[in-house]
Write a protein that binds this ligand. Sequence first.
Ligand SMILES: Nc1ncnc2c1ncn2[C@@H]1O[C@H](COP(=O)(O)OP(=O)(O)OP(=O)(O)O)[C@@H](O)[C@H]1O
Ligand SMILES: [Mg+2]
Length: 509
Amino acid sequence: MSEITTKPPTILVIDDDTEIRYSLSRVLTSRKYVVTEAASGEQGIAMVKKGPFPDLVFLDVRMGGMGGIEALQHIRSANPKQLVVLMTAFGTAQTAIEAMKYGAFDYVMKPFDPAKVLTLAENALKAHADMRAVGDYKPTINADDYREGVVGSSPVMQDVFKVIGQVTASDVTVMITGESGTGKELVARSIWKHSHRASRPFIAVNCAAIPDNLIESELFGHEKGSFTGATVQRLGKFELCDKGTIFLDEIGDMALATQTKILRVLQQGEIQRVGGTETLKVDVRIIAATNKDLEEMVKAKTFREDLYYRLNVVRIRMPPLRERGDDVPQIVDFCLQNLVKQKKARVAKVSPEAMAVLTRHNWPGNVRELENVIYRSAVIAQGDTILVKDLPAEIRGAAGVEPPVGALGSGASEAPFDTVRTASAESAALAAAKVVAESIAGGATDATLTLERAFDFLHNELGRQGTPMLPQIERELARRAFAAAEGDATAAAKSLGLTKVALQKRLKE
Ligand SMILES: Nc1ncnc2c1ncn2[C@@H]1O[C@H](COP(=O)(O)OP(=O)(O)OP(=O)(O)O)[C@@H](O)[C@H]1O
Ligand SMILES: [Mg+2]
């Protein structure tokens, strides 16, 4: 750490324009940064390769010889952690996407505002220091958690694990309750995996997803001709699952008539196919789950009381994630390792600040929501570490501690578009989507990822600036469309998916 605070940070400026190098160096050295310069992409790459790696690189996009995007790729392959800020005289969605795709930390438009450049440098270096501080951070989960897939060591989860252990030796019926996304299905699978039925099937049936008139056939099968459409005999889940485990998910959504038949399975171990007369013996363990209040449903007579008692022999209550505070970091690690394993992300760490934000959040969508957030953040993160700025705005909430990294909208704001108001939120969003999609069609390889990144980037950035988003997006897009069409209003309007009249009307507004 002391190394970071005592040595002044080093910055390499790569630009073929002497004026720019000079003015940028002046601004940066005024803050005690140590600045070196390169007059071409080739020279810059050589300097980075030779080392020591600078703490930050400012890199021009358009240069004689090798262009900035290409140089960026060489630099990042020489030092995958190298922080690079791209400089461009003319920002297009294409450049922004390319820049972020090849791992730039940010990009800034020329001519630049010295104050903005300094803030940008400061933010970039802070992010760099955060990543270094995380250092050789060791995941907190152990191999057992991996095998299990159920991660957690909070007291409430320890209780859950104990009950899982207790119910695996017998065939006792288990009822798992808890909010959505708390891991009910995961626990059901874990019970099955540890039971003597592990070598036999586990079949999950989502009672809420199957229409009432089909659920009986789904569960118990049907005889040929038993109802319109029953052209062949069909075996139900209970028959197929013989000696296995059936997971009746969302059992609170099961119709009363079907409830009666489930009761019969539990009491006599018997089923009948729909339209059949034969009684079949089945040997199936039942685990049920719901996020409804079954006690209330019993009172309201929408759930059979006798079935309720039959199912509720052992109850496992899944605690909401907000009551397992200590577990959040472990689950985060687990999700990240999985994403890396599945090659969905390269990011393997989380900064202490970001972890603090994640731990404080109250997670109404529980573990499922946390998983989603980690996935989204890992996709946007540029280094190997998720920082606070990479978290979705709704999670960061009041904790958006890092100041704006003036990227979008930081260029010269040529006059007429400043007055554009959003006439239609939808059309602006569509226009944005179209522009991004077009740039992807222009050669980016992972379309979904790029699109996700671009939008997350936009949304985060504008959200952080606290300005209304759509007018700004619309203005930026219109500005680019005009420039790209070299001032031809018809062509610009067409590229935005508007008629010329509609565009003019908007400009007037
Ligand atoms: N303790 C945990 N450790 C790791 N991953 C977990 C944990 N709990 C849940 N998950 C993951 O969170 C997601 C949601 O879990 P699951 O589907 O079991 O929840 P659920 O309670 O059945 O949700 P719903 O009510 O929405 O059906 C899954 O991807 C699961 O792997
Ligand atoms: Mg579920």
